[in-house]
Design a binder for this molecule. Structure first.
Ligand code: ADP
Ligand code: ZN
Length: 230
């Protein structure tokens, strides 16, 4: 069996993590696990988790570490992650990263790719981001133009409730405070790469694919050197 791809996609809000994670997961035939999507689904269906998370999400804050860790621990315990997974939106704090290392111990190495985008580009992007109220598809609209219907289902494209200017600023602040330290947490590992996220989606996707292949080669070499069978 080939080495599982256990990929963590890091990056600020609006870096395009979600978009890249979907495409990558599809290409490699592995599940995409997005904690933002899990939480939004819970809010939509009014579960206890959703009720607990909604106010925090709408304010741009972070949902409780222990709750998020429990969700991811359960998800990574399912059979479909045997050949790997793409994690989008988790970890978001050092406590979550430490817990993820513990969850993964004995389960294969993590590949970590940071999608780096400068702040001013993020604010501009998030202002133009719209989500389909019907199918959940995320898209970027043209500045100043009328917002078209969803190209996938014809549904109405709306601003995500946490993409308002004020909440975006708070999310960027929370990112700088709580999540950016993860780059330091992971960057000294041989399985870490940063890619330039300030380019067209296809180019970011190509860079992501290249980075992951490079990490897989690294793992194959170090695995062979260690003489291990994993
Ligand atoms: P973004 O577009 O900012 O990357 P996400 O869709 O990943 O946003 O997440 C939306 C919101 O869900 C976050 O602002 C946060 O409130 C909550 N959330 C998602 N993942 C986590 C996590 N791992 N820890 C804490 N809160 C989270
Ligand atoms: Zn749609």
């Amino acid at each position: 069996m080939s080495v599982p791809i256990n990929l963590v996609v890091l990056g600020p809000p609006g870096a395009g993590k979600g978009t890249q994670a979907v495409v990558f997961a599809q290409q490699r035939g592995i599940p995409k696990i997005s904690t933002g999507d899990i939480l939004r689904d819970a809010v939509q269906s009014g579960t206890e988790l959703g009720q607990r998370a909604k106010a925090t999400m709408d304010a741009g804050g972070l949902v409780d570490d222990q709750l998020m860790i429990a969700i991811v621990r359960e998800r990574l315990g399912r059979a479909d992650v045997a050949s790997g997974f793409v994690l989008d939106g988790f970890p978001r704090t050092v406590a979550q990263a430490t817990a993820l290392d513990e969850i993964m111990s004995g389960q294969g190495a993590l590949a970590v790719v940071d999608i780096a985008v400068p702040d001013d580009a993020l604010v501009a992007r998030l202002a133009l981001r719209r989500v389909c109220g019907q199918c959940g598809n995320t898209t970027t609209v043209a500045a100043g133009a009328e917002v078209p219907p969803c190209e996938r289902c014809g549904g109405e494209l709306v601003l995500r409730s946490d993409d308002t200017e004020e909440v975006v600023r708070e999310r960027l602040r929370v990112y700088a405070d709580a999540t950016k330290p993860l780059v330091d947490y992971y960057s000294s590992r041989p399985t870490f790469r940063a890619v330039d996220g300030n380019q067209a989606p296809d180019a970011v996707g190509a860079a992501l694919n290249g980075a992951v292949d490079d990490i897989l080669r690294e793992l194959a070499v170090s695995g062979a050197a260690a003489g291990g069978d994993r």
